[in-house]
Design a protein around this ligand. Sequence first.
Ligand SMILES: Nc1nc2c(c(=O)[nH]1)N[C@H]1C(S)=C(S)[C@@H](COP(=O)(O)OP(=O)(O)OC[C@H]3O[C@@H](n4cnc5c(=O)[nH]c(N)nc54)[C@H](O)[C@@H]3O)O[C@H]1N2
Ligand SMILES: Nc1nc2c(c(=O)[nH]1)N[C@H]1C(S)=C(S)[C@@H](COP(=O)(O)OP(=O)(O)OC[C@H]3O[C@@H](n4cnc5c(=O)[nH]c(N)nc54)[C@H](O)[C@@H]3O)O[C@H]1N2
Ligand SMILES: [Mo]
Length: 773
Amino acid sequence: MSLQPLDPRYTPYRGAAAGWGALRSVAHFWLDSKQPFKNLRALLKTNQNGGFDCPGCAWGDSPEDGRIKFCENGAKAVNWEATKRRVDAAFFARYSLSQLREQSDYWLEYQGRLTEPLVYDAASDHYRAIAWDDAFALIARHLKALPSPNQAEFYTSGRASNEAAFLYQLFVRAYGSNNFPDCSNMCHEASGVALGQSVGVGKGSVTFADFEHADAIFVLGQNPGTNHPRMLEPLRDAVKRGAQVVCFNPLKERGLERFQHPQSPLEMLTNGSEPLNTAFFRPALGGDMAALRGMAKFLLQWEREAQASGAPAVFDHAFIAAHTAGIDGYLAELDATDWDSLVSQSGLSLAELEYAARMYRRAEKVIVCWAMGITQHRHSVAIIQEIVNLQLLRGNLGRPGAGLCPVRGHSNVQGDRTMGINDRPPAAFLDALEKRFGFPVPRQDGHNTVEAIEAMLEGHAQVFIGLGGNFAQATPDSARTHAALQRCALTVQISTKLNRSHLTVGREALILPCLGRTDIDLQAGGPQSVTVEDSFSMIHASFGQLRPLSGQMRSEPAIVAGIAKATLGTHPLDWDALIADYDRIRDLIADTIPGFQDFNRRVRHPGGFYLGNSAGERRWSTASGRANFIANPLPDDLVSPRVRNTGLEPDLILQTLRSHDQYNTTIYGLDDRYRGVKGQREVIFANEADIRRLGYAPGQKVDLMSLWDDGIERRVKGFTLLAFDIPPGQAAAYYPETNPLVPLDSYGVGSHTPTSKFIAIRLLPAEDDGRIR
Ligand SMILES: Nc1nc2c(c(=O)[nH]1)N[C@H]1C(S)=C(S)[C@@H](COP(=O)(O)OP(=O)(O)OC[C@H]3O[C@@H](n4cnc5c(=O)[nH]c(N)nc54)[C@H](O)[C@@H]3O)O[C@H]1N2
Ligand SMILES: Nc1nc2c(c(=O)[nH]1)N[C@H]1C(S)=C(S)[C@@H](COP(=O)(O)OP(=O)(O)OC[C@H]3O[C@@H](n4cnc5c(=O)[nH]c(N)nc54)[C@H](O)[C@@H]3O)O[C@H]1N2
Ligand SMILES: [Mo]
């Protein structure tokens, strides 16, 4: 087993993003897949017409054909999936679950692809082989025995194709439930909720082409160098042609370094000069709402000055009058919010806020992009609505080069929502299903991720089925989430690779091995393609390129159909017939989901097709029929009352983030090249002054404990303190190692998203448990 050797080191990284380091790293993963030549051929097909959609991130593709369209981290994702190593019944005969639980997440996934269906045998504590039909029958028996369909939870991770997701939701609704917890609940849920209320559609309004026309691109709470590397290209191109790129991030992430400037905004302003083309602001965690409101307040001040002096207006009055509602309430809220609160809560000086506002005002066309640094806070919905408010003031929505761009995570997380993976489905969607399939669809709200965990903890939900993902590790409050899964009567994981969720079993448990994006999917009607939707609402087809490692693996649609047939027979349709030819699934999608008419023909067009976006066309599907300014009050205190109730002051506020060598809970390696970390993950980045203030020294090991008023101790042990360039009072550490610290009921207002970017913690001297690290 050639796992990377453990040689923990920490030295600042001086190279650029991508470059030689990236090449070395790709070569390592490529050779380690044990089938480098096959994979190279496959890699060249990444994101090409007739090839497969990269299983990495959801950034869109430039429409030009023929260019290489994969990045370092996409190559890692492909080589990780397309490995020759296998996890089969023989593997599980060697290891009991208790033995496997001792291994790291890194070791578990490294063991290879799951290649045959497996059932857990509690008596021996081992998984053993099971026939597919027996596995389906076991699931059906459990589902049919439940007193209510709402006692089962149907999780989805965002790699599931449109076809798999559509069938899954159809099956679950025909069975009688809307219990669709999904990864999006932990990810961009706040974006969907906020944008739905503000502009009537919970998706981004821009397309790839808009980036070529923008005068300014604001990038908030996002680390594209690691998580969306292909996004760096349009950012670089923008600066080259003289547009502005403005970043808000407490960490000076690699890849964004070219947008940083050594001078402080104060110096730049007092020199009376015009703002430069790029700027980097380092707000407090959760401080972006105050920062955006500060910028809006400057715009209002300048608008009033312009009105008094007869200078050209700052606001886009024609747009505001024709398209928006609520401007008066919002301006009143701006007046009511004082500068001191904005400065203290944003963590930025008044000069910095003014500088950012000047950059914003200077641009005629602005795109605002954001990701997890914005969505994983208690008041994320309000932060995102403040982004919209700012954009509405200058009509930066629904015209070329301007708009809103929540940069999505998983490669098809946006498509899964479009297909109806939604615990609170819109009535129109349910009506369409009911009309097309002729069964009464469940109308009551289902469970999101946090509610699903609560239901399992209470013993109310008894069956858990995961269509991909790693529920045990991706979710908050790990100890409680693990207990929740273990209380179930049956847990089922439909997966490509081994992870801790397979070891966190109910009384009975199944592993159902599925094909991944890179695998050829051969059905009765020939090789099948699936479809996905990217962050720009482009729908395209994906064709697997590699022969599956085992004839026992099945496609996700085939597995869902198998479960459905065993549970419901032919209600509401013949499930087998759909699997022979996925065109038939796409016909059903075309019949029920707006924008997919003539799906099979349009998706065969090279590059796919654009689903459209009502806000992007200035049509507002809101209650007011207009784009809404929403005047949320600035939070009094970013720290939750549940933390304040403990009477303890937090030592630091912790954000949990991704290293350069991971894909969510999938750990590719123990290095984080751009942050200078090698061979270790149990580290906490903190400001050297804070480390010393708290009585420690860099390099020392500490335990981390989070503060919450429910009497439960949440603690992770033996984390090494790394002195890092991070604003005072803040800390950062990797997910999922720190998920045990996130209290289950610490989630966003209106979004239910765990507050993974804002955890009040205390440091404690490491409890030496004698383990060699
Ligand atoms: N290689 C790779 N690619 C991925 C993934 C992966 O794990 N690996 N994951 C995929 C998924 S599912 C997702 S959702 C995306 C995630 O993509 P990102 O959102 O880029 O992921 P994070 O690592 O969580 O980084 C959050 C960033 O926000 C900053 N931040 C944290 N809090 C705040 C704040 O309060 N304000 C501001 N302004 N900034 C803040 C952090 O310093 C960090 O740079 O990437 C997708 N792509
Ligand atoms: N503390 C903290 N927690 C977080 C976050 C954070 O920033 N901080 N981020 C959150 C975010 S943004 C997200 S999206 C979630 C991610 O939550 P999930 O989507 O549940 O987790 P992943 O780690 O992406 O899932 C990895 C597993 O998916 C399976 N898999 C991979 N490809 C396929 C496939 O094609 N089909 C199937 N069926 N299975 C496949 C493999 O078995 C692999 O082990 O985590 C969230 N949790
Ligand atoms: Mo995500």
